[in-house]
Write a protein that binds this ligand. Structure first.
Ligand code: A2P
Length: 279
């Protein structure tokens, strides 16, 4: 009789740097946010991103599983005990097709090496800060809006958020509304700090209180009129941009035309830009 040897069932390799999901919130069929535990060793500056992900499927050719990792802006502020992320759901996206199904208690992979240019250190002092976001590009600003330094460094903060549909603005609106009740900011910055913020949400493909791309609204002067501010100038204005590529490029050109220069960690200047994650 021939002895039968069975190969041990292939075990998923355990990922290093795993964190536990502590909260998941779904906003639309395309958008959700989640929180996870924060590694004790992780220090980051509000506005930075990290690589996060899940274990991918077994590759039928190699029989191996490889982690699927993508850059995600940390949406929570640097002082928070947990980490928050804001994500799109792409049905055939390699990572987000899986990530959208995570539940409290699941583990995700998180590489604790934060990087990024949307940080206060990359800008020289100014009076007014513009945060320009489209879609999930709101995430780094969700962090920076909860960061005390934002209010210490600037007299006024304008956050613009352009989305296709009105319900895609919910996450951002919730963050803005939560600022009024933010105990830390009220204590550190003083009650009423949130009055420094001007929130300017717009939609492009569905009726809402304000329609249009922020780029067009600025070029026509309508945004300045609505907000009651002077046009962008290199003396007073600083800006951070985070959205889809076409938006980033268009706005970058507009800022350059207004006389603002791009900054970096190594050479701070008047504006910085980063592409929002898309699966
Ligand atoms: P639009 O609907 O006119 O394309 P997306 O979901 O494709 O990333 O887009 C998010 C938002 O960014 C949409 O409201 C979209 O408007 C807007 N957008 C896309 N490209 C630009 C651009 N070049 N300048 C300004 N807004 C843009």
């Amino acid at each position: 009789q021939t002895p039968v040897t069975t190969a041990p069932a292939a075990k998923a390799p355990k990922l290093p740097n795993t964190e536990t999901v502590t909260e998941v919130k779904h906003y639309t069929d395309r958008l959700f946010s989640f929180k996870c535990t924060r590694p004790a060793s992780l220090r980051f500056r509000s506005g930075e991103f990290v690589m996060i992900g899940l274990m991918g499927d077994v590759n039928p050719k190699t029989g191996k599983q490889v982690p699927l990792l993508r850059a995600y802006s940390i949406a929570s502020p640097s002082w928070d005990e947990e980490l928050e992320f804001y994500s799109i759901k792409v049905q055939d996206g390699p990572l987000t097709s899986k990530l959208q199904h995570i539940k409290v208690g699941d583990e995700i992979f998180l590489k604790p090496k934060p990087v990024g240019t949307l940080v206060h250190d990359a800008l020289i002092p100014g009076k007014r800060m513009w945060f320009f976001a489209t879609g999930t590009g709101f995430a780094p600003f969700a962090s920076l809006l909860r960061e005390p330094q934002t209010y210490e460094d600037y007299d006024e903060i304008i956050i613009t958020h352009t989305c296709r549909q009105a319900d895609e603005l919910i996450y951002g609106r919730n963050i803005i509304e939560s600022l009024k009740e933010d105990e830390l900011l009220n204590e550190v910055i003083g009650e009423g700090f949130w009055k420094k913020i001007k929130y300017y949400p717009t939609t492009t493909r569905e009726e809402s209180a304000k329609m249009g791309r922020i780029t067009d609204l600025i070029n026509s002067g309508e945004a300045y009129k609505d907000l009651g501010v002077e046009p962008l100038c290199p003396q007073n204005d600083r800006a951070m941009i985070c959205g889809n590529l076409a938006f980033n490029l268009e706005l970058k050109d507009m800022l350059e035309a207004a006389g603002l220069e791009e900054g970096a960690n190594s050479k701070p200047a008047q504006y910085v830009v980063e592409k929002a994650f898309l699966d």
